[in-house]
Design a protein around this ligand. Structure first.
Ligand code: FAD
Ligand code: NAI
Length: 475
């Protein structure tokens, strides 16, 4: 088999494997290189998302939510559960099974689309006459050549100085997804997406969870009204979130970890915990790529420098996903991967950064797309806002999950939807309607005039659109 390819993709996460499949669909001869290993050392494509990110975290969130429901909410439905127990090892094994299904699914998709998969680390060797040479260091060393290279090497958890991950006591996302018994006391540094999702999993299973956050504002990227409601709900559930803290020292003992910090009032505090999750953001993966061999330009954070079309400083070298600027989200990486494959084929691949949805899979779920009220105020752009609470939605009442609301923000003059913010049941699913509406430049009135099934949570979306014009029907 010749190792000459039209397109070589380095990295098999959502950015890379999707780019490889789309390029193959467009008729190119494609290779995809990925180094992730499963517990047995075998290939496990899918990247952070599949192995230690989106998929396993959602599996644990689901299991722990079932436990929470059985512990506290089944009784409302007349269901009595006696002797309820949590088998953490089984929960983790189920999660591993879900991950494997996804790894195997990607290997199947590579076969189906005739993408040649190489298991190992890819690195640049040289560029000559418009052709790039890429080495693969795996079980077998390989040398590949290709005209187009797509770098999709993703990101890794950022370490806190003096608190290196050992994945036993000080955990990154990897260790946080593999805890084998419910820690009595769990500390989390960073109340971002991972801190809240992982903190929720272990809180539901019985851990006493404290989250220490450096910023004074909780969930600063979310709409303030949503962030306020989320903070209230998480506090009610027992998640202890402290803002404006400054970590001064982290010490590991034989058992457990002690975190010394200054609280919002400037007082010295100590948090003793059995395990500590550090979730303070992620850094791009570029070490080991040998970017110097070809002169690929990185920025000061180590991210690959790209333009709006994911073009790097080198001809026919592209980069997508977490290794470049923009939100570190799987669906953003996928969209960029598809767009790049299409651009290589001379098509007009397109990613609309203004309509990328955000979802936090806590309970209540939080989801948004577009602008927040505070961002519009800062811009000085006139807007109208309206919201509708799930307490007034029949389906939410029947579900027994009436927390939160849907909020629409529309341009004051044209009524164009500028942002939609949801906190409540199935926010992750409900947000899609808002994304579609914004892609089609819909007005709030457009949504208000569309027939929504009854009884459904989506009626809250329609009602929130009506609320922009102050004419809700059920509230
Ligand atoms: P990655 O998924 O990181 O994949 C990169 C791949 O390249 C990896 O397999 C890596 O091993 C491989 N690689 C790196 N260097 C080389 C090399 N030199 N040679 C060969 N292979 C290499 N996003 C969401 O949208 N929704 C979520 O619910 C969500 N949940 C998350 C939960 C957690 C705990 C974490 C940590 C992240 C979560 N994310 C979520 C973020 C999401 O996982 C990332 O945005 C996404 O995986 C980025 O995709 P990518 O393809 O750019 O990189
Ligand atoms: P994050 O950026 O979401 O949150 C990090 C938090 O840590 C911030 O609130 C920050 O202020 C705080 N922080 C930073 N340094 C600190 C310090 N020294 N002390 C205390 N707090 C500090 O990052 P996180 O949670 O690590 O997740 C990484 C990325 O992974 C996310 O940004 C997101 O892109 C992705 N992700 C997406 C998910 C989803 O879509 N549902 C789920 C999980 C992760």
């Amino acid at each position: 088999m010749s190792n000459q390819f039209d397109v070589i993709v380095i990295g098999g996460g959502p950015g890379g494997y999707i780019a490889a499949i789309r390029a193959a669909q467009l008729g190119f001869k494609v290779a995809c290189i990925d180094e992730w290993k499963n517990a047995k050392g075998g290939a496990a494509p899918g990247g952070t998302c599949t192995n230690v990110g989106c998929i396993p975290s959602k599996a644990l969130l689901q299991s722990s939510e079932h436990f929470e429901q059985a512990s506290h909410h089944f009784a409302d439905h007349g269901i009595t559960v006696e002797g309820l127990q949590m088998d953490v090892a089984k929960m983790v094994a189920r999660k591993d099974g879900v991950v494997k299904q996804n790894n195997d699914g990607i290997l199947y998709l590579f076969k189906k689309n005739k993408v040649t998969f190489f298991h190992g680390r890819g690195s640049f060797v040289k560029a000559a006459d418009g052709v790039y040479e890429v080495a693969v260091a795996g079980e077998k060393a390989e040398s590949l050549t290709g005209k187009h290279i797509i770098v999709a090497t993703g990101s890794s958890a950022r370490q806190l100085a003096g608190a290196e991950f050992d994945e036993k006591q000080i955990l990154s996302n990897e260790g946080a997804l593999n805890i084998d018994a419910v820690p009595k006391k769990l500390g989390v540094i960073g109340s971002g997406v991972i801190g809240l999702e992982m903190g929720s999993v272990w809180r539901r299973l019985g851990s006493d969870v404290t989250i220490l956050e450096a910023m004074p504002a909780f969930l600063g990227a979310a709409d303030e009204q949503v962030a306020k409601e989320a903070q209230k709900q998480f506090a009610k559930q027992g998640l202890k979130i402290q803002l404006s803290v400054k970590i001064s020292d982290i010490k590991k003992a034989k058992k457990g970890v002690t975190v010394a910090y200054t609280d919002a009032a400037g007082a010295e505090q100590k948090l003793e915990c059995d395990k500590l999750i550090v979730s303070i953001g992620r850094v791009p993966n570029t070490t080991g790529l040998n970017t110097e061999a070809v002169g690929l330009k990185l920025d000061e954070r180590g991210a690959i420098v790209v333009d709006g079309e994911c073009k790097t400083n080198l001809p026919n070298v592209w980069a997508v996903g977490d290794v470049v600027r923009g939100p570190m989200l799987a669906h953003k990486a996928e969209e960029e991967g598809v767009a790049v494959a299409e651009r290589i084929a001379g098509q007009h691949g397109h990613v609309n950064f203004d309509t990328i949805p955000w979802v936090i899979y806590t309970s209540p779920e939080i989801a948004w797309v577009g602008k927040t009220e505070q961002a519009l105020k800062a811009e000085g752009r006139p807007y109208k806002a309206g919201s509708f609470p799930f307490i007034a939605n029949g389906r939410a009442r029947a579900l027994g999950d009436t927390t939160g609301f849907v909020k629409f923000i529309a341009d004051a003059a044209t009524d164009e939807i500028l942002g939609v913010h949801i906190i409540g049941p199935f926010a992750s699913e409900l947000i899609s309607e808002a994304v579609v509406a914004m892609e089609f430049k819909a007005s709030a009135e457009d949504i208000a005039r569309i027939c929504h099934a009854h009884p459904s949570l989506s009626e809250a979306t329609k009602e929130a659109a009506l609320a922009v014009d102050k004419r809700t029907l059920n509230f």
